[in-house]
Design a protein. Structure first.
Length: 566
């Protein structure tokens, strides 16, 4: 059994395979790699892969390399490289000095390609892209050989070298492996190894105009780095025979590829291609929009790296694809924030509450616990005065049965302060409540009654004279459909976007202890939820993102089932 900080985690087939390889001597060390394409920001699905890649290496005393699969200059940017490194470090992992790029190996990959050509195992094909697709056949239908398949070694070498020299336009030729056009595995039907792309590369500039495809670059890059276990998602299971074929033909170090099920999360999409569409079409404010499942978006929303890692550990490693309910992720975020977030008071929809028997010029400071889950967090002093703001929804003039909050004649507790009773309701010309006039019991300081009487309702509040103005952004799921990738005929996945995924609430009031709160700071707004200070915040305008609400359906389910952990 492996362990996390909290409790044992069951073994899995990847760990079992690594243990077997070490026991049998197939490998004497463990080295994995995380190979992101720098064509977008990392998302929560990548977090699972990162935890597996780095986690397995760490568990067995090995190493995990960071290698960028920068083989497609059309879609890759340095911005993505830096964002990926930032996100991995934020998640809590480090690759030391082992930062590599597939482009580091372009020369070696080219030499190996020439080796296969000389051995009659690769050839230059001059079919068009459409013709190549047609010649490949289909599942259950054998492909047919290209008329250029039997070019001589000399002609293939000449054409390939001229491709490198830039003599031909894009699409004129490709280099293909010569395997089996009748194979039941489509990946073995003479796969393309190189294509011509007259595009500047973000690292190599214009040095190259031919670029290797993933299947050719990936396994050989693993071999160069001495990788022992190439951990991939299930999409690459059918590619494994090709991964093995290339390594076997070259006779070089042969890592073991192991596939696992990727993470699918409800009410979202985990595809950089689809997420890029959302960014480019302006459906979100960018890759770090708090509604996005990117690590940058989750960080901005207030998720902690610890919560994400716990989530990835708890969902485990499987061989079958499934959709994980997003509320499980929220459960671990909530569980983590409950331990670390300072409690503060914030009123999102304020209405004035005037304590008529409290001195007009008096201000006193009541003691408030910063976090009951963390005694070391201490306490703070919160100003209390005659005029307060309370939540508009905490008052009902004609309350329903079972109402425990404020209403005419009802006594409630003000958190950390006093008992108050509503005596009068003031409305404007339209009939909207604009002020609640109450009296307080001075013998209930600290929210405790000297005579032992109890009140069922407790309200949060802020002093009107000391309150800070704030903007609060309330987020809901980005999509209305549980699996937005299941697109109905004639529809686009963007048609399932939730029009109410963001609500901006202005005119909020927060307690003065939040003045100068740094972006990224996390808080629990009492009785409201967990919030994070957004980078848009300034000294003049505080901006908070709701990270997650207080309600935890997963915790309640676990309790009902008699379980202690998800």
């Amino acid at each position: 059994m492996a362990t996390t900080n909290e409790s044992p985690v069951p073994s899995n087939f990847i760990r079992d395979a690594i243990e077997e390889d070490l026991r049998t001597g197939r490998f004497t060390y463990v080295r994995t790699r995380f190979p992101p394409e720098p064509n977008g920001y990392l998302h929560i699905g990548h977090a699972k892969a990162i935890c597996i890649d780095f986690g397995m290496a760490e568990e067995f005393g090995g190493q995990c390399n960071l290698r960028f699969d920068d083989t497609n200059p059309v879609k890759e940017e340095s911005e993505y490289v830096e964002a990926i490194k930032r996100d991995i470090r934020w998640l809590g992992f480090d690759w030391g000095d082992r930062e590599y790029y597939a482009s580091d190996y372009f020369e070696q990959l080219y030499e190996w390609a020439e080796q296969l050509i000389k051995e009659g195992k690769a050839y230059v094909d001059s079919l068009s892209e459409e013709e190549i697709k047609e010649y490949r056949g289909a599942f259950g239908i054998p492909g047919k050989e290209s008329p250029y398949r039997n070019r001589s070694v000399e002609e293939n070498l000449d054409l390939f070298r001229r491709m490198r020299a830039g003599e031909f336009p894009d699409g004129a030729h490709v280099l293909r492996a010569k395997i089996d056009m009748a194979s039941g595995n489509m990946n073995l039907r003479d796969p393309i190894m190189y294509r011509i792309r007259h595009v500047s590369h973000h690292r190599t500039g214009d040095k190259w105009c031919i670029y290797p495809l993933y299947d050719w670059a990936h396994g050989q890059s693993d071999s160069i780095e001495g990788i022992t276990h190439s951990l991939c998602d299930l999409a690459y299971e059918d590619h494994r025979p090709l991964y093995d074929w290339f390594l076997e033909q070259l006779g070089i170090h042969h890592p073991r590829q192991i596939e696992f099920a990727r993470l699918n999360l409800s009410y979202t999409v985990l595809s950089k291609r689809l997420l890029l569409q959302l960014v480019e079409a302006g459906h979100v404010s960018g890759w770090d929009d708090p509604r996005m499942p990117t690590l940058a978006g989750m960080r901005r929303r207030g998720y902690t790296p610890e919560a994400i890692r716990t989530f990835c550990d708890r969902i485990g490693v499987a061989k079958n694809e499934s959709i994980v309910d997003i509320s499980l992720l929220e459960h671990y975020v909530r569980e983590d924030l409950n331990k670390r977030a300072q409690r503060v008071m914030a009123v999102l929809h304020p209405v004035r509450l005037v304590i008529t028997n409290y001195p007009e010029d008096k201000v006193e400071y009541v003691e408030a616990v910063n976090n009951p889950e963390d005694p070391a967090a201490g306490t703070r002093l919160v100003p209390f005065s005659r005029v307060l703001y309370v939540e508009r929804d905490d008052f009902r003039e004609d309350p329903p049965k079972g109402w425990f909050r404020l209403s005419p004649g009802r006594e409630v507790r003000l958190q950390h302060a006093y008992y108050v009773t509503c005596r009068e309701v003031v409305k404007d010309a339209s009939g909207e409540v604009v002020e609640l006039r109450c009296t307080y019991d001075p013998e209930t300081r600290g929210g405790r009654s000297a005579d032992g009487r109890k009140v069922p309702g407790t309200l949060h509040w802020v002093s009107a004279a000391h309150a800070l103005d704030a903007e609060v952004r309330l987020y809901d799921y980005l999509f209305t459909k549980r699996d937005p990738t299941e697109v109905e005929e004639g529809k686009d996945f963007k048609e399932y976007l939730n029009p109410n995924s963001l609500e901006v609430v202005r005119g909020c009031k927060v307690e003065p202890s939040l003045k100068g709160a740094a972006p990224g700071s996390r808080y629990q707004f009492l009785r409201v939820g967990y919030f994070c200070v957004d980078p848009d915040s300034t000294d003049e305008r505080l901006v908070f993102n709701r990270t997650v609400g207080l309600r935890d359906t997963w915790a309640k389910l676990e309790q009902s089932l008699g379980k202690g952990k998800a």
